[in-house]
Design a protein around this ligand. Sequence first.
Ligand code: ZN
Ligand code: ZN
Ligand code: ZN
Length: 448
Amino acid sequence: MQALTCARCGVRIQPGRYCPSCSVLLCGACARESKCPADGRDLRKLRGSGVFLLVLGVALYGFALFSVTLELQSYERASFPTTSIANVVSGTTVKISGTIEASGLVAIELRGSGNDHYWAVEPFNLTDGTGSLYVDVTQVQGSTSFWVIGRGLHGDDWWDGDAASIIGHVAVFPNATTYIVAQFIARTPNGFAGSGFPSLLFASVATVAVIGGSIGFVRFRHSLSRHRQGSATYMAKVQDWRACGECGELVSLEAQNCPSCKEIIPRVSRSLSELPTLQLATKFGQRSLRERVAVIVLGVILPTFLGAVFLGIIRVIGLERSLQPSLLLLPIFAIVSAIVFASRFFFPTRIKLSPELIVCRKVLRNVSILTREVDRILTIQKGNRQAHLFITRGDQTVGFGPGMAQADFEASRAWIRILAEATGNRYRENVPLAEALSFLRQREPVRQ
Ligand SMILES: [Zn+2]
Ligand SMILES: [Zn+2]
Ligand SMILES: [Zn+2]
């Protein structure tokens, strides 16, 4: 994709500051005080690209689809015909309806609370006008699902004498009496059907997210294409200017002092072509002991432990019952932790410094900036850790340091000294973190 550039000065930028009347994007140096230099209009922030909402919407459609599958199965169970108890045949799956005859008052009890509820079921008989059948409850015992056992009349519980409808497999005891192995229990023969509400909810939220995301995405793309057209005819163009390294004001290449902050502007004394090309990489072994321990614990040991715990739970209570939100957090957290920590630190970050480009390649992300557009160079110091930071006039940033061999870090420092002279920038060397942050904040354009 073609790089996005400031309509006024042509540096590469991130999409952000937008003049609605000129339909162009500007860099922070050109859009000082959040005003368009061509017509003085207040700039507004270009809204997000809508991609996040689109992804969220698609994920929610996944949930909706899953939910619809469960609903369809429940409608199938609801429409299954009822057999009278006198007519059940062993070896078949039937639906019977009648009254619970239990030895105690409570036949089916909902135990636990919140996400940890489960059904505790006493064996009982189901009786209709034609006969009575023993109900084997082993398959539904301990179930956590309201699809398997619906909510009863007495604070969710089911009592002796309540009406019930059961779908199950008919089997025969050695003494030739038939019984039913219950698979699903509902209050009425039609009561197996879900309300359809969760599917509807997921589908509507997903639709809203996808529509919102699409509108955002289209508007964003539209703004970018208007920016490309508007840039060609933008009135307040500047050429051969650069930003003052202290305050960010645009100054001419010949200026000796910044008209805004009065600071002396360093002269350009060398050429970018004098810069050598350096290829550097971080190594896990070069990181501090504390960092290495943290990565191994959070990126390897913890995920392995959580994964093992989850597999153990599956072995004990079965896969089906393990697939509930509170338990699924274990593998999800394990995977996220492994990706975030292990991938970031075990795999090297590769840095290429050349007269044309500064490139930083990480596992999941590549960043590159034009060397000639750099207008702030810092080496930030925190304790005994150091990092180089390059920022362009268009606020694009590349930073590196931790995990790099000392010799490589010093080689890049020598490279930076040449860069500072070749671009006429002040190299801020070994700045404490707090001071660096206040310098960076000072260059943020004034918001409306
Ligand atoms: Zn600009
Ligand atoms: Zn404008
Ligand atoms: Zn200045």
